[in-house]
Design a protein around this ligand. Structure first.
Ligand SMILES: Nc1ncnc2c1ncn2[C@@H]1O[C@H](COP(=O)(O)OP(=O)(O)OP(=O)(O)O)[C@@H](O)[C@H]1O
Length: 255
């Protein structure tokens, strides 16, 4: 079953009258099945953030449609949309986006408190996700008392706690060192494998991308190519590097 489907998405910024028109997405269609871990890659300015913002319903498309679990969230009114997002989407951002006045645990349970869940249910869920993400020992700490890597794993726990239909991650390793990136990607891989979470992750990082099952490359707002992991992560990593050198746009210089 497709958890996510986009049909002919286009996004135009600016107005023709003012002479500045940018076509950030151009007839872009993808389908993501339940339980997939999909990476979105492409050169700077290719439309990745625009796509993620539209999927996250932060922005709306100029034309085309988005379906999440068969429903088009862009057609919902404000109240229904807030509920839809809380129940269907989990978010992981580059800069963690945790509230520093709250403890790690309080950050994680926020979506459940908003849903009015009972304490027993909340405690059980926190215990489960904390174990998967190896953050059991830091639950009572404030965000400024824990490392960046731990903060990002707390953010993952918050994204996962409501069992969303899909987790959207925007450059989740962007602010992490290589050890913390490795820990985070292993955690996302476990969430995907053991909990069957569907994840769509935008990344520049070929190493992080090698943990995905499938990579979609985007160039100038259009679908460019896709690669599917068929063997080991190491082989997939090499295939990703090869595709990035093909797509150009600055990737060639960094490889
Ligand atoms: N609010 C906006 N108004 C006008 N143009 C925009 C706006 N947001 C993005 N763009 C333009 O749309 C295009 C796609 O931008 P987008 O941020 O989606 O790319 P990206 O692939 O995420 O880039 P990066 O990897 O550098 O973050 C770019 O040409 C960008 O300048």
């Amino acid at each position: 079953m497709n958890v996510l489907e986009t049909i002919g998405l286009s996004k135009i910024y600016g107005s023709k009258g003012k002479g500045i028109v940018v076509k950030a997405l151009d007839d872009f269609s993808i389908a993501v099945h339940e339980g997939e871990f999909v990476g979105v890659m492409g050169p700077s300015g290719s439309g990745k953030t625009t796509l993620l913002n539209i999927l996250a319903t932060i922005d709306s498309p100029s034309s085309g449609q988005v379906f999440i679990n068969g429903k088009n969230p862009h057609k919902l009114d404000k109240d229904k949309l807030a509920l839809f997002r809380r129940r269907n989407l989990g978010f992981i951002f580059q800069d963690f986006n945790l509230l520093d006045t709250l403890s790690a645990k309080e950050n994680i349970i926020l979506p459940l408190v908003l849903e009015g869940k009972v304490q027993k249910e909340i405690d059980k869920r926190v215990k489960d996700v904390a174990k998967i993400l190896n953050i059991e020992d830091i639950l009572e700490k404030r965000t400024y008392e824990i490392s960046g890597g731990q903060q990002q794993r707390v953010a993952c726990a918050r994204a996962l706690i409501n069992d969303p239909s899909i987790i959207l991650a925007d450059e989740p390793t962007g602010n992490l060192d290589s050890k913390a990136s490795m820990d985070l990607m292993e955690a996302l891989e476990t969430i995907n494998n053991k909990r069957g979470a569907t994840i769509v992750m935008v990344t520049h990082d070929a190493f992080a991308a090698s943990f995905c099952n499938r990579i979609i490359m985007i160039k100038d707002g259009r679908f460019f190519l896709e690669i599917v992991k068929n063997s080991s992560r190491q082989v997939f990593f090499k295939e990703i590097l090869d595709s990035l050198s093909l797509i150009g746009g600055g990737y060639n210089e960094t490889i």
